[in-house]
Write a protein that binds this ligand. Structure first.
Ligand code: FES
Length: 104
């Protein structure tokens, strides 16, 4: 058990309890923040786009090809863009900081 810190699109920071093995997209959505996750985590919709705080980027597994391809479809992508459905939360990510990407 641990937490992730999520800044929403109004700039409000939320500390959310996280569970091992859950996708970050699921954690954010299940706590009621505006996270669509339309494709259910298949890296096919891009609606789970988040910006990862720079200090956390190296602690994540690098994106797989499916994630890279989907990120390429988004209108605006930053160097710290990730699909939160592709980030499985583990205790090594306790305190992870992400920001919900602006809606296109
Ligand atoms: Fe669809 Fe992440 S939930 S790409």
């Amino acid at each position: 058990m641990g937490v992730i810190n999520v800044t929403d699109r109004d700039g409000v920071r939320h500390e959310l309890e996280a569970l091992e093995g859950w996708r970050v997209m699921e954690i954010i959505r299940d706590w009621g923040l505006p996270m669509e996750g339309i494709c259910g985590g298949a890296a096919e919709c891009g609606t789970c786009h988040v910006l990862v705080a720079p200090e956390w980027l190296d602690k994540l597994y690098p994106p797989r090809e499916e994630e890279e391809l989907q990120l390429d479809q988004l209108p605006v992508v930053e160097p710290n863009s990730r699909l939160s459905c592709q980030i499985l939360w583990t205790e090594a990510l306790d305190g992870l900081e992400v920001t919900l990407a602006p809606l296109a």
